[in-house]
Design a protein around this ligand. Structure first.
Ligand code: ZN
Length: 243
């Protein structure tokens, strides 16, 4: 038997302390201005060069905000490096902050992809988003794939796109195998997050929810924590480490 597997299902709430807005929350950018949602909707993005120009500009502006991981990201990475448990993160976030906090990339499953890379919709080639930003800085507005001329997009799952089936099946396997699942900063109201919680609980995992507002899974949880994630998660993981 290996080390006990601890899974973290993380959503927008874990990154708000790092200054990343929750775009879909009650005061989120896309909730207040539905026009913004077009910038991350596949059909609009593919059909309209103007949308792509605005979409790249938005991502460029967000990137230069210079976000860094917060205490909650660091606490998860420290649990992993302590060797007390095997750690896997299933995240709805695209910000790469779990990896920035020191978690090895192979231990982070990005359910909605990543904004750190771009991909070509025609030939599938992949590269760092920084290269596209450099081209924007040099004056391009809708940079095309250099090898084939196809449309480039961030390696994120846009509205209207399917989630990666292999990422999903790996996430499901982790949910079924973990002894504890921490659901952190996610409202657990959308697929696949909610389904992963069902899998974990059905398989006997202890569910701990750390979220500012109630979720449909609170009744199922062994523990529900409402205090701010940046203080609650480090404390919970210290307690876990000595258990
Ligand atoms: Zn291409």
């Amino acid at each position: 038997m290996g080390k006990p597997l601890v899974a973290f299902l993380t959503g927008a709430g874990i990154s708000t302390d790092s200054g990343i807005p929750d775009y879909r929350g009650p005061s989120g950018l896309w909730t207040r201005n539905p026009e913004h949602e077009k910038l991350v909707t596949y059909s609009y993005y593919m059909a309209d060069a103007q949308i792509r120009r605005q979409s790249w500009q938005m991502r460029r502006d967000l990137w230069t905000a210079g976000v860094v991981p917060n205490a909650a990201h660091r606490a998860i990475a420290e649990l992993e490096s302590s060797g007390v448990a095997a750690v896997r993160v299933l995240t709805q976030n695209i910000d790469g902050l779990h990896q920035d906090a020191g978690l090895p990339s192979r231990k982070v499953l990005e359910l909605h992809g990543t904004s750190r890379f771009v991909t070509c919709v025609s030939c599938g080639s992949r590269g760092p988003v920084a290269e596209v930003f450099a081209r924007l800085d040099a004056g391009e507005t809708d940079p095309a794939c250099l090898p084939c001329g196809g449309i480039l997009k961030t390696a994120t799952v846009m509205f209207g796109e399917a989630l990666d089936a292999s990422v999903l099946s790996e996430a499901a396997a982790i949910a079924k195998a973990c002894i504890v699942m921490f659901a952190v900063g996610t409202s657990l109201q959308v697929y696949p997050a909610a389904g992963l919680v069902d899998l974990a609980v059905d398989a006997g995992a202890r569910l701990v929810i750390v979220n500012a507002s109630p979720t449909p899974y609170d009744e199922m949880a062994a523990e529900v924590v409402r205090e701010p994630i940046g203080t609650a998660l480090p404390r919970l993981l210290r307690e876990l480490a000595v258990a």
